[in-house]
Design a protein around this ligand. Structure first.
Ligand SMILES: *Cc1c(COP(=O)(O)O)cnc(C)c1O
Length: 391
């Protein structure tokens, strides 16, 4: 029998990291000592009091059953309190908060609630891949908003054509940004609110990296902009803040009608989040936050080692204010895939080619600060030797 996949799967963009994944595996199989700056999955453990809360909650049979609701009231309150403390944003825990099975889950599903076949979804280019994939899976048409270095990697809303804006149903945004590590001032979010309100576009801001920022900088929430709640929502996640990527816990906050749309989609797809994980999430959001000071110091030291090291080799790059990524232009005429391949083959360093995040990522590579300082020093040394070899 012939198994024919649906067009929506065929329409997904090719997986552009496949080649680098394959080369990495081959190098490891050959016994090479590969330094992986590719994926960007926190290397530090989840703080112990969160693990303890999971353990306690897992022992209680009351937590073993379906969690068929909007998420536990306790978790929704913990999320609302966290927003209040961190951003001064007051949320109604019943109507304006929705826990998710990781923010990627909600990001990938939200177009199903609002996008009809052929509707336009505005996405940044380069961007975190689920914005584009979720749009295509829902039958929508992704339209790129270029993120350019000369604009500080903020989209130029004035360049979005009227006929595109009229057909647009959703807009994805993400600051601090993956992959460019750029940040947005609150004034930019105000501009977004005005633009979205004038074209009836729902804004989906992804704030996954707001807590990982350096040199005293505190990134704003989209919901701090006046009127933001009338036009949109913000995705957030425990993954980066609490080193909990494997746990799968995120949330959506903001506009009630938008939240209601995603809730309805989800009620037909999943049957809630394991209650023990929700209770551990309460422990994370309500418990001591001091691990974050150490975590930021750790990433900041790593950032300085990598950026100063590459700068000493003649690379032109600056220190990111937030996120655990370094985004930099290829120092040579190689395109991003060629450079990634050369760095792996000649220096045993895995980086992510910018083209994998969108056409405007061409010419750039992304490096993640999720390995130890000593390994980053080694990576710089090996890249230096690779330069000396004349390639
Ligand atoms: C890491 C990351 C997330 C977090 O995803 P989870 O599904 O919550 O683990 C979301 N958005 C961006 C841009 C990210 O880099």
């Amino acid at each position: 029998m012939r198994i024919e996949k649906a067009d929506r799967l065929k329409n997904l963009p090719p997986y552009l990291f496949a080649e680098i994944d394959r080369l990495k595996k081959e190098a490891i199989d050959r016994g090479r000592d590969v330094i992986d700056l590719g994926v960007g999955d926190p290397d530090q453990p989840t703080p112990p009091h969160i693990i303890e809360a999971l353990y306690e909650a897992a022992k209680d049979p009351a937590n073993h059953r379906y969690a068929l609701d909007l998420g536990l009231a306790r978790l929704r309150e913990a999320i609302a309190n966290w927003y209040e403390r961190r951003f001064g944003v007051h949320l109604d825990p019943e109507k304006e908060v929705l826990p998710l099975i990781g923010s990627k889950e909600g990001i990938a599903h939200i177009p199903l609630a609002f996008v009809n076949s052929g509707d336009v979804v505005l996405i940044p280019d380069p961007c975190y891949p689920p914005y584009r994939a979720g749009t295509i899976l829902a039958g929508g048409q992704p339209r790129s908003m270029p993120l350019l270095a000369e604009d500080g990697f903020l989209p130029d809303l004035g360049k979005i054509k009227g006929r595109i804006a009229r057909r647009a149903k959703l807009m994805f945004l993400n600051y601090p940004n993956n992959p460019t590590a750029s940040v947005a001032p609150l004034d930019f979010f105000r501009e977004v609110v005005t633009f979205a309100a004038s074209h009836d576009i729902i804004v989906c801001h992804d704030g996954a990296h707001t807590e990982i920022a350096y040199d005293g900088y505190r990134p704003p929430s989209f919901l701090q902009a006046e009127g933001a709640r009338d036009v949109g929502v913000e995705f957030h996640s425990l993954s980066k803040t609490y080193n909990m990527t494997g746990w799968r816990l995120g949330f959506l906050s903001g506009n009630h009608d938008v939240i209601e749309g995603l809730r309805k989609v989800k009620s037909n797809i999943d049957s809630g989040i394991f209650r023990a994980i929700q209770l551990a999430g309460c422990a994370a959001l309500q418990g001591p936050q001091d691990h974050l000071v150490g975590l930021i110091r750790l990433y900041q030291e790593r950032r300085d080692v990598l950026v100063d090291g590459l700068a000493s080799l003649g690379w032109k790059l600056s220190k990111p204010k937030a996120t655990f990524y370094v985004w930099t232009k290829s120092p040579s005429s190689h395109n991003s895939a060629q450079l990634a391949r050369l760095l792996l083959e000649q220096a045993d360093v895995v980086v992510t080619p910018g083209i994998g995040f969108g056409a405007n990522g061409e010419g750039y590579i992304r490096m993640a600060l999720t390995v130890e300082k000593e390994r980053l020093k080694e990576a710089v040394k090996k890249i230096g030797e690779f330069h000396k070899s004349g390639k």
